[in-house]
Write a protein that binds this ligand. Structure first.
Ligand SMILES: Nc1ncnc2c1ncn2[C@@H]1O[C@H](COP(=O)(O)OP(=O)(O)OP(=O)(O)O)[C@@H](O)[C@H]1O
Ligand SMILES: [Mg+2]
Length: 480
């Protein structure tokens, strides 16, 4: 069943039940109120009948018939009448009413001084009146003089008027019930309709998402659960949109890499193939053989490096390598690297400068630490001609901090964004560099530093130079 109908039915059922219960108890209350006031009125009549007519003489009690008949006239005007009984149970007023009797049970209670409230139906009426009326409300009240029962007064009135009042109240109630049911039906329908519309909007939006439109966002008023759901939906489309663009980016990068890798591999493979053919057909002169073999070897090494770095990156990324951390002096490593890379630096007319304290204890995987610094310093050399690559190392709080600054070509903001991505090269013109760039160096560095619990940041200015800042936490702060 549609939610709209479920809601209308539920709403309607609750309201109907509430109104019925209220109506029922109100009708009961009205009825008992009407009867109570009638009984009190009759009691007042009875008191005034006795007050007006009671006469005492020598301790003898009589009732003045003239007063009684005056009161009777007044009461008749009120659509009520009364009968007076002597202690002997006999009715003595009005005269023609001698047959009226009081039931033995009632009489017992009257003698105990209790007043009786009654509603007489059907036949009982005939005892008091020859006129047939539907129902009579009556009280019987005993009166005492000097602790002796002197009379019982029965005052009655016909219920037709009461009933008319009650049925008017009831019919008003029914009208109110019907009206409120109609109003509640309209309100519940309007509510359900509104809710339904809001759900439909969400559903349409979800369908759009299914069709791949992740840009869709819905307005939320932050009022209720549907708004919460809308917020969650917006959050979801945010995430989906980001994930989607990330996937697209990755895919572009992958395609770029495939093209790059194919390109990178084709050059050494073509070279190797050419040399091999030369050997086969004996066209390589004897004195060039060594040169050709060396060329073949360096090209093969280039290929091996490309393959190895890819494998290495995957291993690090999937966390399947284990860091073998040891304590050593980082400054020693820096000077070794200065020595080791000086050849490359000189080829670009660069100078490597080390600024470090004599002792800079570090707790890291030695080989991986060397790998990180070689990568970054090599990049510096690669992108700097006739400049300097300065490595500053220091201990700051609980961190070993290394800043590698070059005075090279630098990068734009846009280029810096992606340098830690695999296969990324800031621009195509940088591809055919001296050291066989595959765009994997910084991606590997980034993963390695992350696994050491450290950080890497880059600041660069196009044409001015670049600084990479690395931190390595000391032993106490390593991730467990
Ligand atoms: N010091 C630097 N100055 C200017 N650009 C840099 C510097 N370091 C990195 N880059 C840019 O970031 C890109 C990614 O660097 P990364 O080291 O990951 O790859 P690569 O040096 O091109 O290849 P690989 O290091 O795998 O041989 C580089 O291609 C270059 O465009
Ligand atoms: Mg590099």
């Amino acid at each position: 069943m549609k939610i709209i109908y479920q809601q209308v039915i539920a709403f309607f059922a609750v309201i109907t039940l509430t109104i019925l219960l209220l109506g029922f108890s109100f009708s009961r209350l009205a009825k008992s109120f009407v009867y109570d006031t009638t009984w009190s009125r009759l009691e007042n009549y009875s008191d005034s009948v006795v007050e007006q007519s009671l006469q005492t003489k020598n301790n003898k009690v009589t009732f003045n018939p003239t007063s009684l008949s005056t009161t009777e006239g007044i009461l008749n005007g009120q659509d009520s009448d009364f009968t007076m009984y002597a202690p002997s149970k006999k009715a003595f007023y009005p005269q023609g009413n001698k047959n009226s009797t009081i039931a033995a049970n009632d009489w017992k209670r009257l003698k105990k001084g209790q007043m009786i409230r009654k509603v007489n139906r059907g036949n009982e009426i005939d005892k008091h009146q020859s006129k047939k009326r539907s129902e009579m409300v009556e009280i019987l009240k005993p009166y005492y003089y000097q602790k002796k029962l002197v009379a019982v007064v029965a005052v009655g009135t016909y219920t037709s008027e009461l009933e008319a009042n009650l049925s008017r109240i009831n019919s008003n109630l029914i009208l109110a019930l019907i009206l409120s049911l109609i109003v509640s039906l309209i309100i519940s329908f309007a509510f359900a309709h509104r809710l339904n519309r809001r759900i439909s909007v969400l559903r349409d939006a979800v369908n759009q998402v299914i069709q791949g439109h992740y840009k869709i966002r819905l307005q939320s008023g932050n009022r209720d659960e549907i708004d919460d759901l809308t917020n969650d939906f917006n959050h979801m489309t945010d995430t989906l949109e980001n994930a989607d663009s990330e996937i697209k980016r990755q895919e572009e990068r992958r395609q770029e890499f495939l093209a790059d890798a194919a390109h990178e591999m084709r050059t050494p493979l073509t070279t190797i193939n050419g040399i091999l053919e030369g050997f086969k057909y004996g066209v390589i002169p004897e004195d060039s053989r060594d040169k050709s073999l060396n060329l073949m070897m360096s090209e093969t090494q280039r290929l091996i490096r490309l393959v190895n770095e890819n494998l290495d990156y995957e291993k690090i990324r999937s966390k399947s390598i284990k860091l073998n951390r040891t304590h050593f002096n980082a400054t020693d490593v820096l000077y070794q690297l200065q020595e080791q890379l000086s050849g490359k630096a000189q080829a670009s007319n660069d100078e490597i400068i080390i600024k470090a304290p004599d002792k800079l204890p570090i707790y890291a995987d030695y080989d991986r630490f060397v790998q990180v610094l070689v990568n970054i310093i090599t990049n510096g050399i690669q992108f700097t001609d006739n400049g300097t690559i300065t490595v500053t190392a220091k201990r700051e709080n609980n961190l070993d901090v290394f800043d590698i600054t070059d005075t090279g070509i630098g990068m734009s903001e846009e280029q810096m964004k992606n340098i830690f991505e695999r296969y990324y090269k800031a621009d195509a013109s940088r591809r055919s560099g001296k050291y066989g760039e595959s765009g994997l160096g910084l991606a590997i560095v980034h993963q390695l530093i992350e696994q050491h619990g450290g950080t890497i940041k880059v600041v660069s200015k196009l044409g001015k130079g670049t600084t990479f800042s690395l931190t390595f936490p000391n032993e106490d702060n390593y991730p467990k």
